[in-house]
Design a protein. Sequence first.
Length: 168
Amino acid sequence: MKHVLLVFVLLTSVYGFSQNENQSEISTFYFIRHAEKDTSDSNNKNPHLNNVGITRANNWNNIFKHIKFDKVYATDYHRTKETALPTATNNELEIVLYNPRAINGNEFKKRNTGKTVLVVGHSNTTPAFVNALLGEEKYKDIDHHNNSNLYIVTIINGEISDQMLTIN
C-alpha cells in the first residue's frame, strides 16, 4: 500500500510540475490596426490620429485593461505609436518598434515565447503578420475604413489557434 501511495504522490507531483511548465509555454498575441488617422493632408505620409482615432486608442486600452502585456510593438509611424501608447502606458511598458517589411514569424514567436504581446500595425501589415505566425495565408488586407479588427493568436506548447473579432 505504501508503494501505491508513493507512486500516486510521485505521479501527481510530476503531473503538477509539468502543468506549471506548460503554462509558461502559452504565448498570446493580440494584433490591431492603428486607429483612425487624420486625412486632412493627403500629402502627409505620417499623420497623427484624429479625434475619433484618439478615442478608439483609449477604447482599445479599456478593452485590454485586464490583460497584463509583457510587450507592446508598433511600427514607427505616429498613428501606430499613438494607438499603442495608452495600452503601453497602462502596462508600464515602452513601445518596441518593428519593421513591417522584415517580419519573420518564427523568430518573433521564439523571441516572445510565454509572453502576452500587443502588436499595432496597418491595414496590410497586420494580417500579413498574423499569417506569418500561422504559417498560412488565412487573412486578407483590412479595408481602409475598418479600424476595428482584433486578431488573437494563441500558441500552447506549439499548437496554434487564432480568431478574428470585430470590436466597434
